[in-house]
Design a protein. Structure first.
Length: 88
């Protein structure tokens, strides 16, 4: 963690959280849906969804054909207050 200035005693500390995420993938390997499996604050869920939607996978294959599928990923996310927002 870097800071542009000195940290005060009242500066909020970053919080590290780990969550499992369900990821649906279409037959071409593109992410079609992302859903954290545990309740998270809305800004954190949104940030995870936006990040994971940029991932690409090799599509699952069934009987020689690419098919849609579902996978899960465990993610660690660090969040810190940045004014009225959360920074990840």
């Amino acid at each position: 963690l870097c800071s542009a200035g000195p940290l005060s005693a009242e500066a909020p500390k970053p919080v590290l959280t780990t969550t499992q995420v369900r990821i649906d993938v279409d037959a071409s390997g593109r992410v079609t849906a992302v859903e954290p499996t545990s309740p998270l604050p809305a800004p954190l869920s949104t940030a995870i969804r936006e990040h994971v939607r940029g991932w690409r996978f090799e599509a699952p294959v069934h009987e020689g054909q690419a098919v849609p599928g579902t996978t899960y990923a465990r993610m660690s996310v660090c969040a810190a207050a940045a004014g009225d927002q959360l920074a990840f």
